[in-house]
Design a protein around this ligand. Sequence first.
Ligand code: SAH
Length: 255
Amino acid sequence: MNARSSALDIPRIFNITESAHRIHNPFTPEKLATLGAALRLEAGTRVLDLGSGSGEMLCTWARDHGVVGTGIDLSRLFTEQAKLRAEELGVADRVEFIHGDAAGFVSGEKVGVAACLGATWIGGDVAGTIELLAQSLRPGGIILVGEPFWRQLPPTEDVARGCLAGSISDFLLLPELLASFGRLGHDVVEMVLADQDSWDRYEAAKWLTMRRWLEANPGDEFATDVRAKLSSEPERYATCTREYLGWGVFALMTR
Ligand code: SAH
């Protein structure tokens, strides 16, 4: 999802289509675990997560690696789910979830890992988000950015819009994206990439959620929108996003 919104919450459509997601990006639990292991996290490492969604990264890394940390998210529902997940995994004493706008958020205590996965509009763009995250980072810390790239260049602007991009120029090819981090003064020290199967987990999971929601909320003012989306999404996704859009998390350290 990719929308800024009012001070109160994100647009309702995301709270509907992603209500059953634990991970609100094209990563599986396995890929999230791979990333946590790849970073060689030490127990006690402080992690900041801007746009923390339902908190799966912080909660599982607190359980598996003993990290501590804070997540900020604009969705009331997702933040509530994050708090419940922390209870469920027994890490509520190690992770904190704040409902709010993460734009401009700088942590009081410096962190070892500062992350923004799939929400880089929070800092305006990728460069702005890296700059924002850097303000919370201790020397030698790691910045994590989760960002789309083109697996292959869309042949037309229509296909780019079918990938829900504004235009082809919104995203780079992977080598260009990696080079852009260098130009911003950072080494890319690790990366974990989504693949088509993990994209399916993010996108196709929305379809069953929409179907169930429609059955439970037939008279809702949003039902027409959700109905239209459920009817068109599988074909749009298979034609565009699944073929053309990549996504990955990139670990950066200042040069
Ligand atoms: N990083 C999470 C969520 C990614 S989806 C994950 O990987 O699961 C993008 C998230 O950004 C959503 O949870 C949305 O609610 C949140 N968001 C959008 N605008 C925001 C803002 N201005 N401040 C904080 N969170 C925001």
